[in-house]
Structure formats: structure tokens, C-alpha cells
Design a protein. Structure first.
Length: 320
């Protein structure tokens, strides 16, 4: 059976009682049950945010603001993705001293870059198209004193995904990572989420969506509450179109980024994108006798949640 990454400390559930004792913000969302255990109501988005902040502070010394209305990252899942990348870097003898990653669409939390800098000592350029999220991400970096390791840059929502960033920089990037929106527009989002009125300031985060009152096709409500903005849930063409654009950009950038990766929310997307990469490799072979493009995929498991990963490279020294 697939399991959480062997180096992920959350393979065993956190000690909620200890977290409650040291994090007052979390205490209000915890309940002591008959067997003496402390439990958290994961269907409550506010509880999930409080738990996430507590885990980041307790386990990584990170003080992270998670504004209402923006997507709240699940720490075990984000760490799983980073550990998967670390496996490839270790196998490829790429040391942490020289590792510089690009976090595409870092979000308000800037979670991948902050965890990557604190846990793995990597450096990051974190891009974000939303003005409000970009500013909150910068504040999160500064609050944790990681300005020397993480640079947050405002991305052009109508521009390239990473091509402009890479070609305009003299930096030798080790990898890129992203967690693109799964869905294709309002129709698909509406099947899983309900539109809610935003609380507090509107800003540029736009509409707010929640899965708190929706049920799946199996008739069961989601295990974990999620509240997010438009741009965090949907992108034109869905995740296949977004990662497909990244594949096209990588065919021009080649070794400018040693390793290209993306998380995927749908298992069906893996075969679609691997077919696209295979066609890209075939196209390259038609141009040159030697095609350097290679790719692989993997699976992430976090409790009841599954995600998939795709990685590809044009560098001979990267071991997939």
C-alpha cells in the first residue's frame, strides 16, 4: 500500500494535546473525548488554519499568516512534495548549498519556499500573480527572517509561467515546483465548492469558495474543510492546460532549470501529461538524434488524500 514519505514526521499523527498546551489559538477548536484523546474538527476551516499555524510554529519555528479566504496549505502534504524533490536531488548529488528552486504560484502562505528554506536550507524565488497574496507572502518571509533565502516576485497573470523569470535571470535554477489549480473554471469548481460571501476586506482575492456544505458524489461531506479564492481553485483548461504550458516553456528553457516538477490533483492528469511529454520527446528526436528529455511520476499519500507528481528533465546528471 502507498504510504506517506518515510522521512515525513507526520507519518504518525501529531500530539494534539501537546499542541493545544503550547498554542492557545488552537485550543478553542480542540475537544477532549472519552478515551482521553484530544481531537480537532477538520471540517472547520478555522480549525484547520489554527492547526496549520501551530504545526509550522511547533515543528519548524515558522510564524505564518494564513489570511481568511486564501487556501490553507496542509503541512504533511507540502512536506511530502519537498521530500520527493529532495530524493531526486540526493540521487543526483545536488547539494543543498547550491540548490535554488522556483515556487510557482507561492500563494499568501509562501509555504513551499518557507519550508524548503527552513527544513532543507534551499534558496527560492517564489512567484505569485495575485497582488494581495504576493504582499502577504513577502510579509511571511520577512516575519521569519528568511529574506536572504527567499525572494518573492510579482508574476504577470497574462505572462509566461517561468520562462520570463528564468531568461531574465543569471541564476542557475535547480528545480521548479507548483501546485496548480485543479479545476477548469466555475462549472467544475461549482461541482465541489459553494460560493460564499467574503469576510472582511475584499482585496483582489475575488470570490471565496468553500466545501463546508457540499457533499461528494458518494454522498459524504469532505473530511477536511477548505476555503479558497477563485485563482487558487480554477485555471482555464484546468491543471492539464497549466502544466502543459510549463512543458512547452521547458522545451525552450532546457537545462536552464535542471528539474521541472508539478503536483497534480487528478490521477487522470498524469497519463495525459506523460503522453504530452512522450510526444515532446518524439518531436525532439525528429530534430536531433539524441533526445535528453526524460520524465517520471509518483504518488503522494496523506491519510485519505492522494496527489500525484510529475517530474521531467533535460539534464543528463539528474537521476529520476
Amino acid at each position: 500500500d502507498a504510504a506517506m514519505h518515510e522521512r515525513n514526521p507526520y507519518a504518525r499523527p501529531p500530539d494534539f494535546a501537546a499542541l493545544c498546551a503550547s498554542h492557545a489559538e488552537l485550543r478553542r477548536y480542540c475537544t477532549l473525548v472519552a478515551n482521553g484523546k484530544v481531537v480537532v474538527d477538520f471540517s472547520d476551516d478555522a480549525a484547520v488554519r489554527a492547526l496549520t499555524r501551530a504545526l509550522l510554529k511547533h515543528d519548524f519555528g515558522l510564524d505564518v499568516e494564513l489570511p481568511q479566504g486564501s487556501l490553507c496549505p496542509r503541512v504533511p502534504q507540502r512536506l511530502n512534495y519537498l521530500l520527493w524533490i529532495e530524493d531526486i536531488l540526493n540521487a543526483s548529488s545536488l547539494s543543498s548549498d547550491d540548490v535554488i528552486g522556483i515556487d510557482i504560484g507561492t500563494g499568501a502562505s509562501c509555504i513551499y519556499a518557507l519550508l524548503g528554506a527552513r527544513r532543507f536550507d534551499w534558496r527560492f524565488t517564489a512567484s505569485e500573480a495575485d497582488v494581495v497574496s504576493c504582499e502577504v507572502a513577502r510579509e511571511n518571509v520577512e516575519r521569519n527572517g528568511l529574506q536572504d533565502r527567499v525572494t518573492v516576485v510579482k508574476a504577470d497573470a497574462n505572462g509566461s509561467i517561468i520562462e520570463d523569470l528564468v531568461t531574465s535571470s543569471s541564476t542557475a535554477f535547480t528545480f521548479c515546483m507548483c501546485n496548480p489549480p485543479f479545476f477548469d473554471g466555475d462549472g467544475e469548481t461549482g461541482e465541489r465548492f459553494e460560493e460564499e460571501e467574503r469576510e472582511g476586506e475584499g482585496g483582489s482575492l475575488g470570490r471565496q469558495w468553500s466545501n463546508r456544505r457540499t457533499t461528494t458524489k458518494r454522498g459524504r461531506p469532505p473530511h477536511s474543510g477548505t476555503v479558497a479564492s477563485d485563482g487558487e481553485l480554477a485555471v482555464e483548461g484546468g491543471e492539464c492546460a497549466f502544466v502543459g504550458r510549463l512543458v512547452e516553456e521547458s522545451s525552450r528553457l532546457k537545462e536552464r532549470v535542471k528539474l521541472y516538477t508539478s503536483m497534480l490533483g487528478k490521477k487522470s492528469s498524469v497519463s495525459v501529461l506523460k503522453t504530452r511529454l512522450a510526444k515532446m520527446a518524439e518531436r525532439e528526436r525528429g530534430i536531433s538524434l539524441y533526445c535528453r528529455l526524460r520524465f517520471t511520476s509518483g504518488e503522494l499519500v496523506q491519510g485519505r488524500t492522494q496527489r500525484w507528481l510529475l517530474a521531467w528533465t533535460y539534464c543528463e546528471d539528474v537521476k529520476l
